[in-house]
Design a protein around this ligand. Structure first.
Ligand code: DON
Length: 310
């Protein structure tokens, strides 16, 4: 096996992205959040950052987009710092095998969501953050800017508002959990925080830089900032591996073989612990709500670079 330094990431990614542009994209842009439906479906970006700070960019890699559920990983990271292991009394670590917005399990499992990345689980994490933070929206944004070392990160109020107007399913989730006593704060405050969190915007380049700490035992290898303990970094990666793609987590493990997280904005972040983080963006989603081309690119990438974790 070639040492990492000898892998020609530039050449491999150029070839994969060129091939991928030719593929007929059978996905559809998410439209259940009306503002997301306005995005140009042909946007396409990739950014790879290695833990020794080599960077490779392709296409629209510096254009910001709505990272949606990818932000749930950052919310979990902050919640673990503030609440610690007690958090696991209110949300599980098991794959759901159901869609990200499915209500079915929640009733059976008495308002305890399967994991922190399905919508119900992320709403519980938001509730926990609200209980800890003085100014939750501001404080969460500051946390994200701080770990990214990037003051130019922001929510998109247009998208948050658009989701709020159409957020009936998330309202159903939170009401059900409130009835089981698993939400402590006012449900409208939690929903507002959640919609803002999902509206966070980043480019592929910003995503890859922000998530590099999960490739390096919780420490940003470029700034040496300890963002989370190595034990928790390991656990967050494990949850991404098992739950990051909802009822397609098995398929992502099978084809790509990395911990990762998708968002309905068409972004995917994937991590190779000890090697790199890679972000892709292509807005058309497959039926499970994951970027169609994004999954294809990552599958080819880990095969050609022999860098799946398996
Ligand atoms: O709550 C929602 O439905 C969206 N704000 C986030 C869903 C999402 O990104 C799922 N990921 N693939």
């Amino acid at each position: 096996m070639k040492p990492d330094k000898l892998i020609d990431y530039q050449q491999i990614l150029s070839k994969i992205t060129a091939d991928c542009r030719q593929i007929d994209d059978i996905g559809n842009v998410a439209s259940y959040i009306p503002e997301l439906g306005n995005i140009d479906p042909n946007k396409f970006g990739v950014h790879l950052t290695t833990i020794d700070n080599q960077n490779f960019s392709f296409g629209d890699s510096t254009e910001k987009f709505s990272i949606q559920s990818i932000s749930k990983v950052l919310a979990l990271t902050l919640a673990l710092k503030l609440e610690g292991g007690n958090l696991w009394r209110r949300v599980g670590v098991e794959p759901s095998g159901t869609a990200f917005n499915s209500l079915v399990q929640l009733e059976y499992e008495h308002g305890i969501p399967r994991n922190p990345f399905i919508n119900a689980g992320a709403l519980v994490i938001c509730d926990i953050l609200i209980s800890h933070l003085k100014k939750p929206k501001y404080d969460f944004l500051e946390f994200t800017r701080n770990i990214s070392e990037n003051p130019n990160l922001n929510y998109c109020s247009r998208i948050a508002e658009s989701e709020k107007l159409a957020g009936f399913r998330n309202a159903a989730h939170i009401n059900l959990m409130k009835s089981y006593g698993n939400i402590n704060n006012d449900i409208n405050i939690v929903l507002d925080f959640y919609f803002n969190l999902c509206s966070l915007e980043m480019s592929c380049q910003e995503l890859a830089h922000t998530f590099l700490f999960l490739a390096s035992n919780g420490i940003n290898p470029i700034t040496n900032q300890q963002i989370i303990s190595s034990r928790r970094s390991k656990r967050i990666n494990a949850i991404m591996q098992l739950c990051g793609f909802y009822d397609e987590a098995g398929e992502f493990s099978f084809k790509v073989g990395l911990p990762g997280k998708s968002g309905v904005g068409g972004g995917i972040i994937a991590i190779h612990p000890g090697k790199y983080s890679i972000a892709v963006w292509s807005p058309k989603l497959n039926k499970k709500g994951n970027s169609y081309k994004g999954m294809k690119i990552l599958g080819s990438f880990t095969t050609k670079t022999r860098s799946s974790i398996f």
